[in-house]
Design a binder for this molecule. Structure first.
Ligand SMILES: [Zn+2]
Length: 418
């Protein structure tokens, strides 16, 4: 641990304490679950607005339910000056950790509170957005808050219903928002100088290398498939090995191929997260199997070639094993690169704090992905404890790391030149 100046130590502590308090706003007892526009989600928004006001910000909500705090620029700065924008989401997955999303609101807020105490203002306003929805839990549509701000909100999802049959449109109305006016939430490109998101890493890399923070190079692109394999069911005792058309073993062979193919390049990952024998039994040769494929990479070319090789191998395996395999692509998103100039600014701030600079891709999606439609984006990752576990109550981080993150984020903003 390098020496962190007292003001950042206090900032880190403040952010961690707020994270504990915010985590009390939960839909379920004994765990943290907070989904879009439920009463506890609304209460969390109120809490954030209180803290923002106390930190010297003006606050508002938009028609998508985002919480937006503004720390005004220094006196005399043109009031149309593009803002330094930061923030992350305050909805959570079911049985979540306290820091995913929330940290990216609370850590910058602690920095703003300190600037406000010092009476320090900049040549640009600093905006903190509490994005109302990112995880997609309640309405099975993700990045709702950031897409509204980016002007890329898909109106079709307004008809999605939650598990109780309430439509998104209805939930918005009940919470005092007007789905018909969601386009008003969009920000023009000229209003944003840069968007920098602070986020817990949700992986083990920084932990493994004993580093408190890292600079994200890109949010990985992803391709996802669902697959169905049809072979021929048979008696496990009577069908000889050479005459089998085993659907499950075809799936298994594909899984092993994906594991091998995606191991050859850093930043490329492949996962078969669903693998099932349909109506399987111990004494039956599997006739039907289903599986999923998720391939992600920092570089789109790496992902595209891994996907092409996988599809070609699936055809070979299907032919050799005399099974039929139907592939259905369910998701495809390109990689979102972080702006080199902003990565450079974060790297300088990390060096100034006395730490080596680690660049790493983000394998998970984030609000910055959506905001990239209207601004240069960057991300600062903070080390995740417990082996890097996230989307889980065991997600942890330390006050020491929060202090380093406060120092790096503050330095980055203070040194920022358009
Ligand atoms: Zn998140």
């Amino acid at each position: 641990m390098k020496d962190v100046p007292e003001q950042y130590r206090q900032g880190g502590q403040q952010a961690m304490q707020w994270a504990d308090e915010l985590a009390r706003h939960s839909e379920a007892g004994g765990m943290l679950t907070r989904t879009y526009l439920t009463p506890v989600h609304q209460a969390a928004a109120e809490q954030l607005m209180d803290w923002m006001l106390q930190a010297g910000m003006t606050v508002r909500r938009d028609q998508a339910g985002n919480v937006i705090g503004r720390y005004e620029a220094a006196a005399g700065v043109d009031d149309q000056a593009p803002a330094m924008v930061t923030g992350s989401h305050f909805d959570t997955v079911r049985n979540a950790g306290k820091y995913d999303g929330n940290l990216g609101i609370l850590l910058p807020l602690a920095c703003v509170a300190e600037w406000n105490r010092q009476g320090r203002r900049f040549a640009f306003p600093v905006d903190i957005i509490g994005f109302s929805e990112e995880e997609g839990v309640r309405f099975k549509a993700t990045l709702l808050g950031s897409r509204a701000i980016a002007g890329t909100f898909d109106q079709a999802v307004l008809g999605n219903v939650d598990s109780e049959g309430i439509s998104m449109r209805g939930a918005m109305q009940a919470a005092g928002f007007d789905a018909g006016r969601i386009a008003e939430a969009a920000w023009p490109r000229r209003s944003v100088a840069a968007f920098v998101e602070v986020h817990i890493e949700q992986g083990p890399l920084l932990l493994n290398e004993d580093l408190p923070v890292g600079v994200v190079t890109a949010i990985s692109g992803a391709t996802r498939f669902m697959a169905e394999v049809r072979g021929l069911a048979g008696h496990a005792g009577t069908v000889p090995m050479h005459m089998r058309r085993d659907a499950a073993m075809a799936a298994a062979e594909i899984g092993l191929f994906i594991e091998r193919r995606c191991s050859i390049k850093p930043g490329l990952v492949g996962t078969m997260g669903i693998l099932e024998v349909v109506n399987g039994a111990a004494n039956v040769v599997p006739g039907n199997a289903g599986f999923s494929i998720d391939i992600r990479a920092e570089q789109d070319a790496d992902r595209i070639s891994a996907v092409a090789d996988t599809v070609a191998e699936i055809e070979r395996i299907a032919a050799r094993r005399s099974v039929d395999i139907q592939l259905r692509k369910t998701h495809e998103a390109s990689s979102v690169p972080c702006a080199p100039r902003l990565q450079g600014g974060l790297a300088q701030a990390i060096e100034a704090a006395g730490w080596p600079v680690r660049h790493l891709p983000s394998g998970a999606g984030h609000d910055a992905m959506a905001i990239a439609a209207i601004a240069d984006v960057a991300m600062l990752f903070v080390r995740c404890g417990n082996g890097g576990i996230s989307h889980h109550p065991d997600e942890t981080m330390t006050v020491d790391d929060a202090a380093v993150a406060a120092q790096v984020f503050s330095t980055f903003v203070e040194n920022y030149r358009a």
